[in-house]
Design a protein around this ligand. Structure first.
Ligand code: SF4
Length: 137
């Protein structure tokens, strides 16, 4: 019976965990009953999520990958943002908002207030993402 992608990911992670020295990706696909296309996509998804790491190896003259569980999940590239984060954007209370970006002195591309706010939001978002990743472990 075909499984959904989430179920396949869980099953793959359980299988990979059993191989302390890593598992060849083709072995993983065979054990899961997947063809190479499905298997490749699954491995790429897990890799993008930072849950596994791949090491290129040559077996019988062919290049392939040995797959391991990532010891420390890689931080997600997806930013964890919420609508509340834009409530204190400096532009909402800026006295120069009507002139901003009209070719004058005040521009969003050089505004220190906006840069400070963005830097703070990026730092907070990164901290939230680390919490999400820790919960997922
Ligand atoms: S970018 Fe800066 S100058 Fe422009 S409206 Fe926002 S806070 Fe004001």
């Amino acid at each position: 019976m075909p499984r959904g992608s989430d179920e396949n990911e869980k099953a793959a992670m359980e299988l990979i965990k059993k191989y302390k020295k890593g598992v060849l990706q083709s072995e993983l696909w065979k054990k899961m009953g997947l063809d190479s296309r499905e298997g490749s996509r699954l491995v790429l998804r897990l890799s993008k999520k930072g849950l596994i790491k791949r090491e290129q190896v040559t077996v019988n003259g062919r290049r392939t990958y040995r797959i391991f569980i990532a010891e420390k999940p890689i931080e997600s590239k997806v930013l964890n943002v919420s609508i509340s984060s834009i409530l204190d954007i400096p532009c909402t209370t800026c006295p120069y908002i009507d002139e901003c970006d009209l070719g004058g002195f005040h521009q969003s591309s050089t505004c220190m207030l906006l840069e400070l706010w963005l830097t703070r939001e990026a730092t907070l978002s990164s901290a939230r993402n680390r919490k999400v990743v820790k919960k997922a472990i």
